[in-house]
Design a protein around this ligand. Structure first.
Ligand SMILES: C[S@@+](CC[C@H](N)C(=O)[O-])C[C@H]1O[C@@H](n2cnc3c(N)ncnc32)[C@H](O)[C@@H]1O
Length: 212
């Protein structure tokens, strides 16, 4: 089977050119996230793809580190952020699995449409947890493919054999929430944003109380 890195490098132009399927849902996710961020936050996005979301949030926070396993995706993000004249965003080619080498810890981490693509979801969640400051915010949107149709599993494995699909993890709603809780996240909000996707707002060790 083709590796994730190879698959996403090969398919980056196609993915980037594809219009967002449901613009209203995408905008709602941006707005929910934006309302939870503050101007002093240093944030990390894993699996940032084209960089569109990272670039959007750069105006709301102090600094964004946008990361992706694919060099082609990262290159696209760098060009787009230059065009936008942004100075508070950096892009880096790195897989989630290798992120613990980052010395920095973050106020918020975003993982949008990527956690179903890692080999070991729990291990990746542990890395994300470790990379957050206490009370740090974790926003994820994850296709939970076991919720869709059992036949999908067979279809995906055929496509993988033909190098037409990347490696994926088959997750259920209940299973994914258990993984988050096992790792230690306190879930603040869940929203079934589409037939297959779950948008979740969670905190490391719970939400920080407002300071008076
Ligand atoms: C479906 S795209 C989502 C991109 C973007 N987050 C979005 O919502 O449009 C998945 C992205 O995750 C990246 N990716 C896949 N496996 C990864 C991994 N193990 N670590 C980091 N990025 C990964 C791919 O290169 C791709 O850019």
């Amino acid at each position: 089977m083709i590796s994730s890195e190879e698959f996403w490098n090969k398919n980056s132009q196609k993915y980037i050119a594809k219009p967002i399927k449901d613009k209203n849902t995408y905008n709602k996710k941006l707005k929910i996230t934006e309302d939870l961020l503050s101007s002093t936050d240093r944030i990390l996005e894993v699996g940032c793809g084209s960089g569109e979301t990272a670039i959007y949030h750069a105006k709301n926070v102090k600094h964004v580190l946008a990361t992706d396993i694919s060099a082609a995706m990262v290159q696209h993000g760098i060009e787009k952020s230059k065009q936008a004249g942004l100075r508070n965003i950096d892009f880096k080619q790195v897989a989630i699995e290798d992120l613990l080498e980052e010395a920095e810890r973050f106020d918020a981490i975003l993982a949008l449409n990527v956690l179903h693509l890692v080999n070991d979801v729990e291990a990746s969640l542990k890395i994300i947890y470790e990379l957050l400051h206490d009370n740090g915010l974790f926003v994820s949107s994850t296709p939970l493919l076991l919720e869709v149709n059992p036949i999908l599993k067979i279809l995906i494995s055929i496509m993988q054999k033909l190098n037409l699909a990347p490696p994926v993890s088959m997750l259920s709603n209940k299973g994914f929430i258990s993984l988050l809780e096992n790792v230690g996240f306190k879930i603040e909000m869940t929203w079934k944003s589409s037939k297959e996707s779950m948008f979740i707002v969670a905190y490391k060790n719970g939400k920080k109380f407002a300071e008076f």
